[in-house]
Design a protein around this ligand. Structure first.
Ligand code: SF4
Length: 430
């Protein structure tokens, strides 16, 4: 009998770090099931291994035949390096993910084939072509039907034990800075509730996270899902839009009863002009405070996500935002620098205006500045973002937030304090 073809799947990351802080950040804010879903759609006759480089480095001397590498923009230079290294050693390499989907011709310089967009249809086709010696340079397939969004195939114990579930794909909103539509498209597609529930039942850990870009795009679907989750005894966090959460008491009530602990919400800015400019006009700044209060009154936490560097931002935006987030009693917050990812409208706008000063993709990481801001200097934007992050995660602020939380059980206090401590240590060093 022929030996099975060995496939290595890699989630590229330029900085493999096993420290607690990184585990905490990846599992709390950036869940990924890319590798597990790819493994799941790979036909059984192949022998699949996978490496998430956020947690372990890839072995460039791996003995197998085909390497599939998925990468986001800041990790693309590293992904290209390992792709080149594998090809030098005679392996066939396939690149996919957000960055190769936005810039397939660039990715092709480092790969034998590039998968553009979702892989569920392309990947099995690519494997058939590979076996027949007919690998094509590019694979682009239509968006998959929601029933085909796969359950991940996990290797128990391989990576941190938080579960990740994807109940839907696609977002119709098209915010100018967001790259989600490059891969998932603009059509919202929800998996059958029964499938999602079955998957949640298989998660070993008590806690998990939804990897959906937003669980408030179709409230009817989310309510049906949450209704079925009541009684599963799980706790979870998920992304949602504040305008929906603010106005739908039934959704919030069902979320709490289903086990929701935390909503991650893209507020983006406290300036309505900026919100208008980026095309997220469903966000109403004057309703943020009452929306946050509603969520907290239901006993759920809220992590607010903000971006700095919009054309409407001036150097005053940092102090004004700090005052606002402290007054609103946000439980946590993320502060990013506007990053024009390839394939987004922001990228095209800034490029046309000749304001992008580097295409070193490694710097496209939400912490560095790669374009000339309009109403402040590069230095002001960089130090302003670091200022707010340091202040928000100063020890007095962390303590104040801990004691303000309702229904603070001991377990929750411990987890919260540990998380804040890690964030404090990290941000005091920047
Ligand atoms: S930022 Fe959120 S709401 Fe806007 S397009 Fe992206 S996923 Fe959709």
């Amino acid at each position: 009998m022929d030996k099975p073809v060995r496939i290595l799947l890699v989630l590229a990351h330029s900085e493999t770090k096993t420290g607690l802080f990184n585990k905490f950040v990846y599992t709390s804010y950036y869940p990924s099931i890319t590798l597990e879903q790819l493994s799941s759609i790979t036909p059984d006759q192949y022998e699949v291994e996978y490496v998430d480089e956020r947690y372990e480095s890839v072995d460039l001397f791996w003995k197998g035949t085909l390497v599939g590498i998925s990468t986001l923009t800041p990790n693309a230079p590293h992904a290209y390096l390992i792709a080149d290294a594998f090809r030098k050693r005679g392996k066939k390499v396939v690149l996919g993910g957000y960055h190769p989907s936005a810039l397939p011709e660039e990715a092709k310089l480092h790969a034998d084939a590039v998968v553009i967009g979702e892989a569920e249809i392309s990947w099995p086709q690519l494997l058939r072509d590979f076996e027949n010696g007919e690998l094509k340079p590019f694979y682009r397939a239509p968006l998959v039907d929601p029933e085909q969004i796969p359950s991940p195939r996990r290797v128990p114990g391989q990576y941190p034990s938080i579960g990740v579930v994807q109940a839907s794909r696609g977002c119709p909103y098209g915010c100018r800075f967001c790259a989600i539509q490059n891969v998932e498209g603009s059509r919202f597609r929800a998996r059958p509730v029964r499938q999602v529930i079955e998957e949640i039942r298989t998660i070993e850990s008590e806690r998990f996270m939804f990897a959906d870009s937003s669980l408030t795009i179709n409230s009817d679907f989310t309510k049906a899902l949450f209704q079925e989750m009541i009684g599963l005894n799980k706790k979870f966090s998920c992304y949602g839009n504040i305008n929906v959460l603010q106005n739908d008491d039934e959704l919030l009530d069902l979320a709490r009863r289903a086990g929701c602990e935390t909503w991650l919400v893209g507020f983006e800015s406290i300036n309505q002009d900026a919100i208008r400019h980026i095309g997220k006009s469903t966000n109403k700044v004057q309703e943020y405070a009452s929306g946050i209060k509603k969520i907290r009154d239901q006993g759920m936490s809220i992590i607010g996500l903000f971006i700095f560097g919009f054309d409407t931002d001036t150097p005053n935006i940092f102090k004004a935002t700090l005052n606002a987030v402290n007054t609103w009693k946000l439980d946590r917050a993320g502060f990013a620098i506007l990053t024009p990812f390839p394939g987004t409208i922001v990228f095209d706008d800034l490029d046309i205006e000749n304001r992008i000063f580097t295409r070193d993709w490694a710097k496209y990481n939400l912490r560095n500045i790669v374009y000339y801001p309009k109403n402040m200097s590069v230095k002001q934007l960089f130090s302003g973002r670091n200022y707010i992050a340091k202040k928000f995660y100063s020890l007095p602020n962390c303590l104040r937030r801990s004691v303000q939380e309702k229904n603070l059980t001991f377990d929750r206090f411990l987890r919260r304090t540990a998380g804040d401590f890690l964030l404090n240590r990290y941000f005091q060093k920047i």
